[in-house]
Design a protein. Sequence first.
Length: 240
Amino acid sequence: MLLPGDNGTWAVGLVVAARDPDMRALREPEVWQRAAALFPPITPWAAGTPFREVLVMSGSESRAAGGPGMVNVGDAWATTNPTFGLGMTMGVTHAVLLGDIGLQEPEELIRRLDAATGATLPPIYQRLRAWDEHRLAELEGVRHGLPYDGDDPSWAVAKSLDTAKLFDGDLLRAMTDIAWTCATPEEVLSVPGRCERIATLGGRAPFPRVRRNPCEATRRSCRPVVPAQRVGPEAPCEER
């Protein structure tokens, strides 16, 4: 991750699976620098002059919060992996929903906000949470030398689109529309010809490869990985 700052500063982040013990060595500045040098696009940025030690953040995967009987908005409703950059977007969306409802009696306000939220944000949250689970499982497979299939049509499509976007400007815009919540995956993949291009260009992905035809998977199941449902209290996620 490359994040711009002010006054001539920026931040470079390496995102890893916390359950991988080998990655804990990245806390050491010299190890971090050697690892960052393996990625040419960020090498010039990583070569800047650091003005503090390596900072570590964990437990950042998507998780539900909130609880019944309360007005849960933004991160109080659910948090998403910050690497997606959608926390502010979802929080502002929630604020707009609350503003549209206006002043109501407490019970009515909670009921109406819950209904408005359920029609808007759960599919996005569930999609991001499913991505977390698949990606962590994929990294675990890489650590043990085992390719990860995921046995999920939506994950196959996501992986293939992630590669195909590098070779096709239209697919890059399509993935951006999904990432910025400007369009749903169903809307993006329904455009004629896109599935075929994703299937063709997505095959250029390096290891770990997806062993499923994404075009056929899309035709069979063009839907979020997890069915949309109301997000409520849940047990804390396993610490990774």
